[in-house]
Design a binder for this molecule. Structure first.
Ligand SMILES: Cc1cc2nc3c(=O)[nH]c(=O)nc-3n(C[C@H](O)[C@H](O)[C@H](O)COP(=O)(O)OP(=O)(O)OC[C@H]3O[C@@H](n4cnc5c(N)ncnc54)[C@H](O)[C@@H]3O)c2cc1C
Length: 308
């Protein structure tokens, strides 16, 4: 892995660095580029803006690796309040929610996290929207796919996430490429060991295309989460090759990343969903976004030392 990326991912776990970053004068401008804000109202406002531009959203209440059941409960409550608000404001058909099992108690008690995910899914169904289970590091893949299967027995629309950097993913894609199955395909955002993950970016991209083929060939609903211009071109070609109509798959990108490309695809008639994180615990998320791209890190460091 690129040493800068390893360094930033290591910083993501450091409390001292988190405090220094959170209190630096220029931090806010960088956070605002990638995070909708800290409150439910901030998140709903961003959904409204995106909807005005013809874009869908998936909202992520930030926070992960909870080892405290009251924090897990606060996360559930935040999602329930958000879903209520989306429904009340007539935006539930524009936005779903993305949930990390580790944020609702997976590390504390697996059953608690699945029960909590059930509560969020039940509320989402009542509000007329859906839920996708984010995928975290490889030590949680089996548990998350088991939870997914469990939730899908009640709600077949619960979305899965697969990461093309994992060697196992092509087989997982084959298992999930079934009718009604919503599957987000991304490259993967965590620092993973070579025995489970491809190391070179090229290998990860090739795996992405193989997995995309598997998903497009199956009867499910693939959700292509990438900003990679080359992959987006290949996906456009693959979609045509499999005879997929617009609306039978979608593209997904992160809030603040390639917004012009998001609008371009939407203007071409594609369904585009923007992943919108919000909440007070933005630090780990921001660090992963910075680790992905040296240019973002430079932008961030400049903002940190600026006085504004
Ligand atoms: C909607 C969505 C949901 C996701 N959910 C998960 C998940 O559940 N689990 C998980 O592990 N990962 C998740 N990810 C993150 C994903 O795994 C990658 O880490 C991330 O998307 C970067 O990969 P990429 O495909 O954009 O390609 P990259 O190879 O990282 O980037 C290709 C090109 O895209 C552009 N680009 C990429 N990132 C940025 C950026 N931050 N700022 C500006 N330009 C950029 C640049 O032009 C870059 O050259 C998600 C990503 C998206 C878009």
């Amino acid at each position: 892995m690129n040493p800068l990326r390893s360094l930033i991912l290591a910083a993501a776990g450091s409390d001292a660095i988190r405090r220094a970053v959170a209190t630096a004068p220029g931090t806010r401008s960088v956070v605002n580029r990638f995070v909708a804000g800290e409150s439910t109202a901030d998140a709903v406002e961003v959904v409204r803006q995106l909807a005005g531009e013809g874009l869908q959203a998936s909202l992520d209440y930030l926070g992960e690796h909870t080892t405290d059941s009251s924090q897990a409960e606060r996360t559930v409550q935040a999602y329930l309040a958000l879903l209520d608000r989306l429904h009340a404001e007539g935006l539930a058909d524009r936005a779903e929610v993305s949930v990390k099992l580790s944020a609702v108690g997976q590390e504390l008690d697996e059953k608690l996290s699945v029960d909590n995910a059930y509560r969020i899914c039940a509320a989402a169904e009542q509000c007329g929207t859906t839920v996708t289970l984010d995928m975290e590091d490889h030590t949680t893949t089996d548990a998350t796919l088991t939870a997914l299967a469990d939730l899908r027995r009640t709600w077949p629309w619960v979305g899965a996430v697969l990461q093309s950097y994992l060697r196992r993913t092509e087989a997982d894609a084959a298992a999930l490429a079934v009718p009604e199955s919503r599957v987000r395909l991304c490259k993967g955002a965590y620092a993973e060991p070579a025995d489970v993950a491809f190391e070179g970016g090229h290998q990860v991209d090739l795996s992405y295309v193989r997995c995309a083929n598997v998903l497009l060939e199956g009867g499910g609903y693939p959700m292509f989460a990438t900003h990679d211009p080359r992959l987006i071109d290949v996906l456009g070609e693959r979609v045509r090759w499999y005879g997929r109509k617009q609306g039978s798959y979608e593209y997904q990108m992160l809030y603040g990343v390639r917004p012009d490309e998001q609008r371009r695809l939407a203007a071409d008639g594609e369904t585009v969903r923007v992943y919108v994180p919000y909440g007070e615990q933005w630090y780990g998320y921001l660090m992963r976004r910075l680790a992905e791209r040296p240019a973002n890190t430079a932008f961030f460091l400049r903002a940190l030392v600026s006085r504004s």
